[in-house]
Design a binder for this molecule. Sequence first.
Ligand code: NAD
Length: 503
Amino acid sequence: MSALVEVPAPGIQHAAEAATKTIVTVAHGDGIGPEIMQATLRVLDAAGAALEYEPIELGERIYLRGVTAGIEQEAWDSIRRNRVLLKAPITTPQGSGYKSLNVTLRKALGLYANVRPAVAYSPFVHTRHPGMNVVIIRENEEDLYGGIEHQQTDEVVQCLKLVSRPGCERIIRYAFDYARRNGRKKITCMTKDNIMKKTDGLFHKVFDEVAVEYPEIHSEHMIIDIGAARLADSPEMFDVVVTLNLYGDIISDIAAQVAGSVGLAPSANIGESAAMFEAIHGSAPQIAGQGIANPSGLLLSAVMMLVHVGKPSVAEVIHNAWLRTIEDGIHTADIYTEGVSRKKVGTQEFAAAVIERLGMEPNTLVPVRYRETVSTLVEAKLATAASRDISMTKELVGVDVFVHWKGSDAQELARNLKLAETATIPLEMITNRGAKVWPNGLPETYCTDHWRCRFHAASGEAVDPRQVFKLLEQLHERGIECVKTENLYTFDGKPAYSLGQGQ
Ligand code: NAD
């Protein structure tokens, strides 16, 4: 392609979008961040996106100023005012004491849906899976990412996995709405509910409940381990995947890599009142400043942002120009393949090539169509509003007391505990790291210094909470160190706690 191609006269919709100025907060990031952001903004401006950028500082420089969260008040104010953040990757300094800024932003702003499309651009970008076109929708706020961790004994640390019904419901609803809105036919839910029957079990249960409301979309469930294996091996069999936070984090990187390159993959973090758009890759410090980074992940994230802020027509023009650029073999080093690519370009040259192709569509790859798309913002609000409030009858029936004890004989611990037990809540079981060691434990079970001692109402009737306090007092008086307790409840008469392994 030689001369600059003129952008065709914008259609009515494009003109309307161009007439509406939208302010977005922009973080230029660290490492390759500033280079890929510059390239991205050039394309947005050339396409007539009519955006005004409010820059903020995030990341390394802020961390190194001693702000462990990596973000200062003015930046929060800007994001909360504009409600849209386009963010380049940032570098998290090595060492403990720094909290992940991404997790902070997602949780503080309620960005509950992480949407990560992974698409193969075969034969133009090398992949073993040319038919791949999958969107991973990852729950973004809960699960193990609560960051609630404690050391409880000399030997044992704990991370709390929190999963809520409204949290499950809105991400699952979001996934189904996304599928419906984008003409997708199938949703696969991935959990590990064969092991985590309460947390992952809730996610699966809510998935089944919500699926009924979308009969036109085929729904299925897979255990995450086989799901991840199939995603890596046969990604063509997936359409939309919805899953919990940690699994989603892992499988979306697998999906991006399998599709061709992490450098191509965009992401959107969507909430009811704010949204953040960023490439899935990091700040790639090894190649920073060399002008060779691929800006595509950030550019395609910006395309998702344009749809979100109600500029689907501009989004479509940019995305199709980008597809055409890829198809024309204009490639950055990370995706350059001898014999397939035509020209190896740097970051800014790639942006210029996309700009040259604004108004053009791909010939072999399928052009995108966003013009009829509803803003993601609307969908995010709908999914939350539809969540149902469920109240159940809850009764206390016992307590798990976690004890720091350096002995090794569960029989001996049980004898001590039984001296402290009360008539209403006698000792029922002891487990170590979840495996039952009393009564009838096996000598082979390896035991640490962290014991879960279950006291359960003998009668099966509700327990007065004061009985639990009394029990704890008696344990304390006998020199037994309780590091934590978990109340045992029934909900609507059904036990709502896991059994011991082997119970
Ligand atoms: P990375 O994604 O930065 O790099 C992984 C590999 O991919 C490297 O070989 C890199 O050169 C290559 N790569 C990444 N993006 C590319 C692009 N656009 N074009 C060409 N090649 C690209 O992951 P990392 O090395 O594990 O992390 C580096 C830093 O980024 C760390 O400080 C990490 O904490 C941070 N990080 C930030 C984010 C974010 O801000 N969203 C995400 C992940 C990692």
